[in-house]
Design a protein around this ligand. Structure first.
Ligand code: HEM
Length: 501
């Protein structure tokens, strides 16, 4: 009897209720075209997220249906550059959607705080952590980590082994960010794996795979977030799912490293890392953050600071070695700027090289690390977004992947062409800049972009100068994209050799 009652309730909830809402159409959304059953149910998005190809399904829908597409019962995706400012700009007034609750813990961090005042306070408190001046002071740490990466590639050459550069770049970003944040590396690069220590609240220390923990947890949170109002139920139903265990492992990795860092501080070890800036403002006064908030901020930094930059670095290496003409031009620029030095180039020597910058921008455009349409809620009174009125309470987003290949803004948008950032006339460049937002815009835009550029400049210039690669699978080698929330690249195996500089 109970099973029958639950089944009836489920059918009512999953089939009848969406159909009734769809037909009554209280928010006037039926005027917007939608692919397949997307206007009726979130299952359309869930299906494509489970294939890791959500961005592609949204892109295909826009190509077929136009700029304003209904991708879920209460969600309009808008692939128009004008929508960036309308939705995300300073003063737009649209707040983050409850989808962000999917990954939120008891304490919110800077990226998942949805209340405006809470977010503003956090961002203000932590802005100094990400200031360019502060990042530049961390250059020795970045140079050291980059030198270790170079020596690991050399080891593969000495042993005549192919290298999975996607994994090694991820080991690099993990070690580097742990060093920047906590003042200690996690040793992934040296070991050639991502198995690190985690610690439960009752002090049990064990080992876990760092990359997998983050990826599985993110995938789960992304999908559960589509029906955010059901989170208390779905989190209970899936409590034993391995991806939930992955989330616990991730939290325990952060807990282990944060408590270790706090103990260092207790023993009076003075460190010049981001963590010390997290505890104190730029006048040296304590910020008095509760432990839950410290853990939350460390978690988002280790997440955002490693996963996106790994994607950006891997994508750039792939694109450069796939395009020998571009690679040769970049090498010419680097060689004439740096000469024959065998050291990892420093920031001053590469930060204003135009072609290097252009390669990085073009890679962020054509293979964005963050391709997901970032959801926001239309506030009271509704809004005109890219020319169409959308009622209050509707979720809207700009699909980053689609925006970055907008054919009105980028000529021959599907081709990797760094020259477009240098050789285009002003009008063309202005048009490109209306759509080139790999870090988003406005008050919720990426706060870590200075770190991201710093890393990319040093790593890309080092690898390109020192190494030749051939693809293990020959010229036909492709690089998969697996969108969980970030767009993670698939494995990328290369045969490395030393280039004579
Ligand atoms: C190529 C690398 C990166 C890309 C493409 C990228 C992209 C983005 C994007 C698109 C957002 C907006 C997310 C949203 O609205 O939900 C964001 C936010 C954020 N990013 Fe990055 N990011 C990168 C690197 C980093 C790094 C190195 C850090 C360092 C910790 C970082 C920390 C953050 C934080 C804390 C936020 C939340 C900001 C807020 O809501 O105020 N990111 N990033």
């Amino acid at each position: 009897m109970l099973v029958l009652a639950i089944s009836v309730l489920l059918i009512l909830y999953l089939v009848v209720q969406p159909l009734v809402v769809y037909l009554i159409d209280p928010k006037g959304l039926r005027q917007f075209p939608s692919p397949s059953v997307a206007g009726l149910t979130s299952f359309w998005r869930i299906f494509h997220s489970l294939q890791y190809k959500h961005y592609q399904a949204i892109h295909d829908a826009h190509v077929k249906l136009g700029t304003h597409v209904r991708i879920a019962p209460n969600h309009i995706s808008i692939s128009d550059p004008a929508a960036m400012n309308d939705i995300y700009g300073h003063g737009a007034g649209l707040l983050k959607d409850p989808w962000y609750d999917g990954g939120a813990g008891e304490f919110r961090h800077m990226a998942d705080a949805r209340i405006k005042t809470e977010h503003q306070a956090k961002r203000k408190k932590l802005a100094h952590v990400f200031a360019q001046k502060n990042i530049e002071s961390l250059e020795p740490v970045i140079l050291d980590a980059t030198a270790t990466l170079v020596s690991q590639i050399d080891k593969h050459i000495a042993q005549s082994k192919a290298i999975n550069i996607r994994r090694y770049l991820n080991y690099y970003t993990i070690d580097l960010f742990a060093e920047l944040l906590y003042g200690h590396s996690l040793g992934c690069l040296e070991r050639g794996d991502d198995i690190v220590e985690a610690q439960t609240k009752d002090a049990k220390v064990y080992k876990a795979h760092m990359i997998r923990s983050l990826h599985d947890a993110t995938h789960m949170n992304t999908i559960l977030g589509y029906e955010a109002h059901l989170l208390p139920l779905t989190k209970t139903i899936f409590a034993r799912h391995p991806y939930m265990k992955a989330g616990a492992n991730w939290d325990n990795i952060i807990y282990h490293n944060t408590t270790r860092r706090l103990q260092d501080a207790e023993f009076g070890e003075e460190k010049k890392d981001l963590f010390s800036n997290l505890l104190r403002n730029n006048k040296g006064e304590s910020l008095d953050l509760p432990m839950g908030e410290i853990l939350a901020e460390c978690s988002v930094m280790m997440n955002a600071g490693t996963d996106t930059t790994t994607a950006a670095l891997t994508n750039t290496i792939f694109l450069l070695y796939k395009h020998p003409r571009v690679l040769a031009k970049l090498r010419q620029e680097l060689d004439s700027a740096i000469g024959s030095s065998a050291d990892v180039p420093n920031y001053a020597s590469v930060s204003s090289l135009p072609y290097l910058r252009a390669c990085i921008e073009e890679s962020l455009r054509i293979r964005p690390a963050s391709s997901y349409g970032l959801p926001r809620v239309v506030p009271a009174g509704g809004r005109v977004i890219a020319g169409q009125y959308i009622r209050e309470g509707v979720t809207v987003s700009v699909p980053t992947y689609t925006l970055l290949r907008n054919t009105d803004c980028f000529m021959d948008a599907e081709s990797f062409n760094p020259d477009r950032w240098i050789e285009s006339d002003k009008a063309t460049r202005d048009r490109m800049n209306t759509a080139h937002f790999p870090f988003s815009v406005g008050p919720r835009a990426c706060i870590g972009r200075n770190i991201a550029y710093f890393e990319q400049l040093l790593v890309i210039s080092s690898i390109v100068r020192f190494f030749d690669f051939t693809f293990v699978d020959g010229e036909s080698q492709e690089l998969a994209t697996l969108e969980r929330f970030n767009s993670n690249p698939g494995e990328l195996r290369l045969w490395p050799s030393r280039r004579t500089v």
